[in-house]
Design a protein around this ligand. Structure first.
Ligand code: EPZ
Length: 449
């Protein structure tokens, strides 16, 4: 019986200095491992992070009859041959939101798929209405069984039909699911108002290297269905994590330290790097990565998150805790998810001066990427915060609300004077590989209990 408390104890107040090698991108790994089930032969992936979401996913894939396992520290081999079930296990699907991506391989292999309503982080409702409309455009009959909580889907006819579909608002995983389906459809497909995140391009590259015909054109993705998906090279190496880099940049700057982050390209976090320079922190772009460092008083900032190439929603928590150390009043306006400020109450425990406010918006339905049922919803939204700084944070006992909020409060604990406890270490493990080892290598006094 594992009698650990599932907590981190951190003694903060010391600048974090040194270097880290980024892990592979969680939000690529989750999709390419599922896309591999569309392939006609086994495929080897490199740079797959050893994180809880991936372990859950591998377990799910094996329960479906296929083989997917780590063969060394960050290499996974997937062989779809044994795939034999068209139903996703409720227990495991509830743990990772990406479970609805299985619509693609199960519909392709069996003509039907039974998948529970997705779980994952609780960042607001996170419905999949846009995904369902897109499935229906591909000729899939989808009904939601509210008794069982399962989506029940069936191909009309015996193959996926190529289509032209426009997302009313961009969706990162929705675009990826459409690409997976279209790669195995009869005929051509055009996905309009497609999401632009670079993680999607890793999936496109994988499929094209296995014989698919996919290209981006003016905000759309054009896909010609292919009869064969066979990966000819030895292995496919996924990109580094575009969320881990800004997280460690904030560890460095918030603690007045200096961290070299190997593996990241400036083009993948351009908006973030520009904003870091604007607040007066140091950014040194090198061939092998980027060095982020504290070089004096931080200026306040005003950030609004947005779909790529905007300021990514996953970066705003680590940004917020950095702004507790900036001089003046900073604002963050979150437009992608509702309920993405779970860390605010935790930072306030450490003395952070943060308050919610209602931004004046002409057209909220255009600004916000999430669905707004009616105007009453608008009044209850908490989408913007003001952060006054600088504040010397003190220690406290905090709870992790979601993956990125967990990283945010870990940064705060490293900056705060004294010893803090963070409950919910396993939620941080969902998306950050070996985080305490990486932090210890930077001089952090952190231990898992
Ligand atoms: C992906 O989430 C990522 N997750 C998120 O990372 C990331 O923050 C987000 O994209 C934006 O880049 C994975 O890739 C597994 P969306 P996704 O569909 O695809 C609403 C992390 O911590 N929406 O672009 O779910 C939705 O609720 C995670 O690594 C609908 O209303 O994001 C959200 O408010 C967090 N109906 C907005 O649109 C739909 O059918 C954008 O969501 C689909 C989405």
């Amino acid at each position: 019986m594992d009698n650990s408390e599932d907590s981190f104890i951190v003694r903060g107040g010391k600048p974090l200095k040194g270097q880290i090698q980024l892990s592979g991108a969680k939000n690529v790994a989750l999709k390419v491992l599922i896309a591999a089930l569309l392939f006609d032969s086994p495929i080897t992936f490199k740079n797959i992070p050893r994180i809880r979401d991936i372990n859950e996913l591998l377990h799910l894939i094996n329960k479906l009859g296929a083989q997917a396992d780590f063969t060394d520290s960050n290499t996974v081999v997937v062989d779809s041959h044994g795939l034999s079930s068209d139903t996703i296990d409720l227990l495991h699907a509830a743990k990772i939101r990406a479970s609805f991506m299985f619509f693609a391989p199960l519909l392709y292999r069996f003509g039907k798929a039974f998948i529970p309503n997705p779980g994952g982080c609780r960042l607001g409702a996170r419905p999949i209405d846009r995904h369902i409309s897109m499935l229906q455009a591909f000729g899939v009959k989808v009904t939601y069984n509210s008794e069982t909580g399962f989506y029940e889907s069936q191909l009309n006819g015996n193959s996926i039909r190529g289509t032209t579909f426009t997302f009313d608002k961009p969706t990162h995983t929705g675009t990826e699911l459409a690409i997976m389906l279209a790669s195995r459809a009869d005929g051509e497909s055009v996905i309009k108002n497609a999401a632009q995140e670079p993680e999607i391009d890793d999936l496109i590259n994988l499929l094209n290297q296995a014989g698919a015909h996919i290209k981006r054109e003016n905000g759309s993705v054009l896909i010609k269905g292919t009869p064969i998906l066979h990966y000819k090279n030895d292995s496919f190496t996924i990109m580094v994590d575009r969320n881990e880099a800004p997280t460690f940049a904030s560890f460095g700057i918030t603690t007045r330290g200096d961290i070299m982050i190997y593996g990241i390209k400036e083009s993948d976090i351009e908006y973030f790097a520009t904003e870091i320079k604007n607040i007066g922190a140091g950014v040194e772009v090198l061939p092998e990565g980027i060095r982020f460092y504290y070089k004096g008083e931080l200026k306040s900032s005003s950030i609004t998150t947005g779909p790529h190439p905007g300021f990514m929603t996953d970066w705003q928590g680590p940004w917020a805790v950095m702004m507790t150390q900036a001089h003046g009043v900073s604002t963050i306006h979150e437009t992608i998810f509702e309920d993405r400020f779970g860390y605010v109450s935790e930072l306030q425990k450490l003395g952070a001066d943060i308050e919610f406010y209602q931004p004046e918006l002409d057209n909220p339905r255009k600004i916000y990427q999430f669905n707004i049922e009616n105007d009453d919803n608008l009044k209850s939204l908490q989408q913007a915060i003001r952060i006054k700084g600088p504040t010397q944070l003190h220690n406290g006992v905090m709870d992790v609300k979601d993956l990125r909020a967990g990283a945010t409060i870990l940064i705060a604990a490293c900056s705060a004077e004294g010893e803090s406890v963070i409950n919910g270490a396993s939620i941080i493990d969902r998306g950050y590989e070996d985080i305490e080892r990486k932090l210890q290598s930077l001089g952090a006094a952190i231990k898992r209990v």
